[in-house]
Each structure stands twice: as structure tokens, then as C-alpha cells.
Design a protein around this ligand. Structure first.
Ligand SMILES: [Zn+2]
Length: 63
């Protein structure tokens, strides 16, 4: 067998695993780690503070 394989580190959990083009979750070691990393990105987006001025009294009735 001459299949080129090498060990790589999962960016999510840091675990050494065999990099394979057959792994749909690469460079992560598993689907789970891929989802964890995606969740991390989502959390960062949610942490962006709300746009300033959204709570201002913009809908005061014109009198
Ligand atoms: Zn992992």
C-alpha cells in the first residue's frame, strides 16, 4: 500500500489524528469537533454588541 497519510492536529480539540481526504470533517478529527468550531464562530458573532442608537426614542409621535 502506498497511500499517503500523515498525522495532523485537530484545530478544535488538539488531538492528533490521521489526515484523510475521505474524512468529510477534515482538518477536524470528527464531525463533532467541526460543529464545535462552527459554534465558536457563531458565538463570536452573537457577542457583537447591538448597534448603538437602537434603543433611542426614535418613534416619538410628531406633535
Ligand atoms: Zn477534534
Amino acid at each position: 500500500m502506498n497511500t499517503p497519510t500523515f498525522q495532523t492536529k485537530c484545530p478544535s480539540c488538539g488531538k492528533q489524528h490521521t489526515y484523510s481526504t475521505e474524512n468529510p470533517s477534515r482538518p477536524f478529527c470528527s464531525e463533532r469537533c467541526k460543529l464545535i468550531d462552527l459554534g465558536r464562530w457563531a458565538n463570536e458573532e452573537y457577542n457583537i454588541p447591538a448597534a448603538p442608537g437602537s434603543s433611542q426614542d426614535l418613534d416619538a409621535p410628531p406633535h
